[in-house]
Design a protein around this ligand. Structure first.
Ligand code: T5A
Length: 208
């Protein structure tokens, strides 16, 4: 098997991080000789960690305007692609990513209402055309997923956006999955952790 880039996407609290960790362990057991790494956006590089702090912290007194937010996510992605993804894939690594370019379409496009043509251009510029090989979309009702994040404790800047924003983001994922059915596979993320993991393994078993 050559290097593969598998991304987990979805609204806040859909369970990506939980499922990514379980998938990582399972793939390590299944392919013991294969290098498998986990990465995320924003914040996979040193530069990205600084950008993540700027983007998500509630300490900033000034609002971050949508265009600035878009450019900061693009900067994080450009660094991530060069520093982590391209070298990893060249070494035939399986890379499990927590969010990638579809997040920008869903959040800054559908959520903030920024033009899709600009987002597509910026995504292409930041990634040099590198797409995920497979994206697993954890589909869940937004009110249920936000309730999960609230149970976990303090919210970050984007989690605190209003319900209508998160519903637009969810609509964005739905549209993306409709338009790219070969690359984006849906799982029902409202089920318990084991059941969600079962769906993911079934997809990966077919894929790998
Ligand atoms: N963003 C990101 C953009 O706006 N544009 C972009 O281009 C990019 C890349 C990233 C933020 O940046 C935005 C999106 C985000 O707002 P983040 O901290 O990485 O910030 O936020 P999330 O990616 O949303 O991560 P979360 O940790 O909030 O959510 P996860 O990873 O989806 O969920 P997880 O696994 O941490 O689970 C949340 C809670 O639910 C429980 C877990 O135990 C946990 O408490 N849980 C379940 N409970 C019941 N049943 C299940 N099946 C459960 N699975 C998990």
């Amino acid at each position: 098997m050559v290097g593969k880039f598998i991304v987990f996407e979805g609204v806040e609290g859909c369970g990506k991080t939980t499922q990514l960790q379980k998938t990582h362990l399972w793939l390590q057991e299944t392919f013991p000789s294969k290098k498998i790494i986990v990465t995320r956006e924003p914040g996979a590089t040193e530069l990205g960690l600084g950008l993540r702090q700027l983007l998500l912290s509630l300490k900033n007194q000034q609002p971050i305007y949508p265009a600035a937010e878009l450019l900061l996510y693009a900067a994080d992605r450009a660094q991530h692609v060069e520093e982590v993804l391209i070298p990893g894939l060249a070494k035939e690594t399986i890379i499990l990513g927590d969010r990638y370019s579809d997040s920008t379409i869903a959040y800054q496009g559908y959520g903030r209402g920024l033009p899709r043509a600009i987002i597509d251009q910026l995504n292409f510029f930041a990634t040099n055309g590198l797409e995920s090989d497979l994206t697993i979309w954890l589909d869940i009702d937004v009110e249920l997923s936000l309730a999960r994040t609230r149970r976990r404790g303090a919210s970050d800047r984007i989690e605190q956006a209003d319900l209508a924003f998160h519903q637009r983001v969810q609509q964005g994922y739905y549209q993306l999955a409709q338009s790219s059915p070969h690359r984006i596979k849906r799982v029902d993320a409202s089920l318990d952790e084991q059941a969600v993991q079962g769906q993911i393994r079934a997809i990966l078993q077919q894929y790998i």
